[in-house]
Design a protein around this ligand. Structure first.
Ligand code: COA
Length: 413
């Protein structure tokens, strides 16, 4: 069966997390993703956060599956010549270097278009035009500047970053969508185009509802928030949803000595109020005027979740989930990374996948989170540094006899 992006060639100039996650998605969809790496060390993540000596780290292997690796010195003339030829023969080039790096290499958008007017040139940076434009960015900087940190945590504590890598992996998904749209538009126009995203803009897109609340705040306190006092910006609201359906994380009976993550998240939809109160043994609250309607409950949400917690503390998180789910209460156990990596369901779904690697042995990775009925995804290992250099150059470029050896000796490949 053909894959969705079969026949599409991607020159992958990405590094660290945000860019590689995007190009891994393109590779899972069947594109031929050629990862260009500096000879010698390659993507810095190959050697960062190593769990085993002298083999590619999980940081690298989990973000670079299904790609081919070509080493190319972009600061050498020969390296640039090879790169220009690759651009001529490719559909997409993606990069997430610091500001100005591609231009300094000699590859402005104008130059890239000259080389191949059909190419889609996608860039991810920390910031768009403005005061922060020239700044480098990492995940937590994006979270700090895009609204996520300010709105995460408890009101009496400092701003907190989320564990989900919304700046890097989250924006990789934005970029993937944008590239696919540009690719589709090219089928009508025949032209490539420039695709750009700033991590901050992507985070703000994910913080959209907080900007909703910023504007609601101008008309009075946010009744759905647990906070008692409001300033002139949306406060951190702990584990409250702050949305149309109130929710909170309540403690459960610990199953281990440490008791970590013995929590279940519970949402009180109006239609489950009555069965929920029956379930936890508090039918007296059902008709109580302070609790009987969603509006009446708003000022008492913390009291209500405290009452629910008295019940959940007598159950493990899975027992609480089972009993509440059985009466249609929206809820979910708080699952740790250990819970998740051992989850049989996720493995059956293909979301957690084991992959064999020639140097590090078998490792678990996160597979493709979505499915296409006509484009099955086969999760393959990440490439070794320069593993496909010779193969790619021989396959794609018209190299004269001995040229590969010359390029290698010159340190260009
Ligand atoms: N051959 C030769 N040189 C290469 C090369 C290759 N194949 N690939 C990269 N380089 C060089 C570049 O030319 C550049 O050198 P220069 O500064 O002399 O021009 C350098 O390596 C890369 O620069 P930069 O991207 O600024 O790397 P950094 O390690 O200083 O900063 C980031 C890392 C992530 C902070 C920065 O790339 C950035 O802000 N990226 C955009 C936002 C982003 O993606 N952040 C999240 C990452 S998960």
């Amino acid at each position: 069966m053909r894959k969705a992006l079969e026949g599409v060639r991607v020159v992958d100039m990405t590094h660290v997390q945000a860019g590689p996650v995007c190009t891994q998605l393109l590779a899972w969809m069947g594109a031929d993703v050629i990862k260009i790496e500096r000879p010698g060390g390659g993507d810095v993540t190959r050697s960062q956060l190593r769990d085993l000596p002298d083999v590619d780290s999980l940081y690298f292997t989990m973000l670079n599956g299904n790609k081919r690796s070509l080493t190319l010195n972009m600061k050498a003339d020969e390296g640039k010549q090879v790169f220009s030829q690759l651009l001529e023969r490719s559909d997409i080039v993606v990069e997430n270097f610091g500001p100005g790096v591609m231009d300094r290499m000699g590859y402005t958008w104008e130059r890239i278009q000259e080389i191949n007017p059909q190419i889609i040139y996608a860039s991810l940076k920390g910031f768009g035009p403005g005061a922060l434009e020239s700044a480098k960015a990492y995940e937590n900087i994006a979270q700090a500047t895009g609204g996520a940190m300010s709105t995460t945590g408890f009101e009496d504590g400092p701003p907190v970053v989320t564990g989900a890598q919304i700046g890097d992996s989250g924006n990789a998904v934005h970029l993937f969508g944008a590239i696919c749209a540009a690719l589709y538009q090219r089928t009508h126009t025949g032209r490539g185009q420039r695709v750009q995203i700033s991590m901050r803009a992507g985070i703000l897109n994910l913080c959209r509802v907080k900007l909703r609340d910023q504007q609601r705040l101008e008309h009075g306190p946010l009744a759905e928030y647990p906070n008692e006092e409001f300033g002139d910006f949306v406060p951190r609201s702990g584990n409250a949803s702050g949305g149309g359906q109130p929710g909170w994380a309540v403690r459960c009976k610990p199953t281990t000595e440490k008791g970590a993550n013995a929590w279940v998240y519970v949402v009180i939809q109006p239609q489950v109020w009555e069965p929920l109160m029956h379930k936890i043994g508090r039918p007296d609250l059902i008709e109580n005027p302070d609790y009987a309607t969603p509006e009446a409950r708003l000022p008492h949400l913390q009291d209500i979740f405290d009452v629910i917690e008295q019940w959940t503390l007598t159950k493990t998180k899975w027992e609480a989930f089972g009993e509440l789910n059985a009466i249609n209460v929206p809820c979910g156990p708080v699952l740790s990374t250990k819970d998740l990596i051992e989850d049989e369901g996720l493995r059956a779904e293909g979301v957690v996948v084991d992959v064999d690697h020639p140097e590090r042995g078998t490792y678990s990775t996160v597979g493709c989170p979505f499915t296409l009925s006509d484009s099955p995804v086969e999760i393959k290992r990440s490439p070794l540094l320069g593993e496909h250099s010779a193969e790619i150059l021989e396959e794609l470029l018209d190299l004269p006899e001995g040229e590969l050896e010359r390029l290698t000796a010159a340190g260009a490949v």
